[in-house]
Design a protein around this ligand. Structure first.
Ligand code: NAI
Ligand code: MG
Length: 350
């Protein structure tokens, strides 16, 4: 068996952590008797600075031929963040109908939560973020620029199809876990889109009488994630709310260096794309000290999606083993190891 994988390391620490993920995934593939055929692409802010585009005109078409995409992170000082987001990530997520952004978190062995006294089983949860529409929209504009009456409008787009499919995905996922779904909205302040989401949530939840369905205001939910995370498991939210919740969920478990993410096309009509939750971290880029675990675990999610569940478990077990031993740890984990040393230790454990 072999799979064609596109690697897009991107910028900053994305490059370092992707190299380690490739190393670990190759070790898992060779142990489990298949091959990953990698093709690397330079789509990045660095490319934008050189050519004026994050990716070439045929970038989407080129990537569409792969079985999966492993993306590092994009973002570079001097290049506005909306360029990297709208020039690469959002077009890919939308062109490939990767409407689920799946962001599981848990407390890994050998690490502690910033929430003192919390056990690992109380902190295991997954954010199901809507990934193709919602608040991330270019509709709107700036009016009366420079005048006293200046104002801006920013529209959000929620379609019935888009909301229903992400909610169904969350309920289906809950059936494989705790059978609990919490939906995050803000229907008291945002009077069109959020009540619409709540209404569809009610409809969909009726099809899942075996799943406990709960609706929360986003502000109350963030407080609860810190104070009482134990009753939370599957959390489903819009594009913006899901993005914010996933950084918080990462922060209360092992930190951003440990949180993987998958941009999933559940129907498998297009490739899915896997990446760490974190960005290109310009503050530590170029020093070789980024934690590669998030990207390696994103790689394990990719193996699962490819149907290589045993190889995915090998990668997760290797990560757990190396973290539990604690001898090789990057600075964010309290150690002195480099990105390369931690990646190599995990590859050796595989
Ligand atoms: P960030 O996630 O890059 O960094 C936030 C903080 O976490 C920094 O202090 C960083 O050093 C630390 N951190 C992140 N990953 C780490 C790792 N693997 N090991 C150790 N420490 C780690 O977020 P920030 O600073 O807001 O964004 C930096 C750039 O990344 C921006 O240009 C932003 O647009 C971009 N970005 C790109 C994403 C993507 O490509 N999917 C996602 C988020 C941000
Ligand atoms: Mg984010």
């Amino acid at each position: 068996r072999s799979y064609d994988i596109a690697a897009v390391p991107g910028d900053g620490i994305g490059v370092d952590v992707t190299a380690e993920a490739v190393k670990v995934l190759d070790a898992a593939a060779s142990r489990h008797g298949f091959t990953l055929r990698w093709t690397e692409f330079d789509y990045s802010c660095e490319r934008y600075a050189r050519t004026g585009a994050m990716m070439p005109d045929d970038g989407v078409e080129t990537l569409s031929g792969f079985d999966a995409i492993l993306l590092g992170a994009v973002g570079f000082p001097g290049v506005p963040d909306h360029v990297s987001l709208w020039g690469l990530l959002i077009p890919l997520r939308r062109a490939f109908s990767q409407y689920v952004n799946l962001r599981p978190v848990r407390l890994l062995p050998g690490t502690t939560s910033v929430l003192a006294g919390r056990r690992a089983d109380e902190l295991e949860m997954v954010i199901v973020r809507e990934n193709c529409e919602g608040e991330y929209s270019t509709l709107g504009g700036r009016h009366n620029q420079g005048q006293p009456g200046e104002f801006v409008l920013q529209e959000a787009v929620f379609t019935r199809v888009g909301v229903e499919r992400i909610l169904r995905y969350a309920f289906e996922l809950a059936r494989t876990r705790s059978r609990r779904v919490c939906s995050a909205t803000k229907s008291n302040g945002i009077v069109h889109t959020m009540p619409f989401w709540d209404e569809i949530f009610e409809l969909v939840s009726a099809d899942y009488p075996d799943v406990e369905a709960e609706q929360c205001h986003i502000d109350a939910l963030v407080a609860r994630m810190v104070q009482h995370p134990d009753r939370l498991d599957v959390i489903v939210a819009s594009n913006l709310f899901g993005d914010i919740l996933s950084d918080l969920a990462a922060a209360i478990t092992g930190g951003l260096g440990m949180a993987p993410s998958g941009n999933i096309n559940p129907e498998r009509t297009h490739p899915s794309m896997f990446e760490a939750v974190h960005g290109s971290a310009p503050d530590i880029a170029g020093r070789g000290i980024a934690n590669p675990v998030a990207q390696i675990l994103a790689g394990a999610m990719m193996l699962d999606q490819l149907g290589e569940a045993e190889a995915a478990r090998s990668v997760e077990t290797a990560v757990e083993q190396v973290l539990a031993e604690g001898r090789v740890a990057t600075p964010d984990l309290g150690g002195k190891a480099t990105t390369e040393q931690l990646g190599s230790a995990i590859a050796a454990a595989v």
